[in-house]
Each structure stands twice: as C-alpha cells, then as structure tokens.
Design a binder for this molecule. Structure first.
Ligand code: SF4
Ligand code: SF4
Length: 75
C-alpha cells in the first residue's frame, strides 16, 4: 500500500492529553517516553508502516492545534 498521508506533531506544545491517540482509527499515534519542555509525555507519530489515512481526526481533536496532516495526491 503506498503512503497516503502523513502527519506531524509539535511535541513541545503538546500537553499530553491523549485525545489524538484515542481518536485515531489507525492507532498510529503514541505517547513518547521522554518529556517535553512542559514536563509532559507528548504524543508522537508512531506509523512505521505508513497506515495514516489522512482522515484529520487528530488535527480536529487536538485542543492546542499541535498536529498537521498532509494528504499525498497522485498526479
Ligand atoms: S490523520 Fe487520521 S489516521 Fe492519520 S494520524 Fe490523524 S487520526 Fe490517525
Ligand atoms: S490532542 Fe494535542 S495536546 Fe493532546 S496529546 Fe494529542 S497532540 Fe498533544
């Protein structure tokens, strides 16, 4: 399956609420084991098999707009 989408998380702004992790239907977001500057375990992309479908649920759910989603179009 070719890569359909990918996403980025601004881990320094993340407050570790976990909403994006819960809402992702592909389960490709996880908590980092490390801490950010705010002292939280931030969410991080965890998508080694490129399962993100670009649905945008994580983007829409994050209360702090930490996530950007990019859909890949075929020309
Ligand atoms: S765009 Fe959808 S599939 Fe991709 S990480 Fe966000 S919630 Fe998960
Ligand atoms: S929803 Fe936003 S603030 Fe909450 S864990 Fe995900 S990226 Fe961090």
């Amino acid at each position: 399956m070719p890569r359909r989408a990918y996403f980025e998380i601004d881990e320094e702004r993340c407050k570790g609420c976990g909403l994006c992790i819960n809402v992702c239907p592909q389960k490709v977001i996880s908590f980092s084991e490390g801490f950010n500057m705010k002292g939280y375990h931030p969410a991080q992309p965890d998508d080694p098999e490129d399962k993100c479908i670009g649905c945008g649920f994580c983007y829409m759910t994050c209360p702090d707009t930490c996530i950007k989603v990019y859909k890949i179009t075929q020309d």
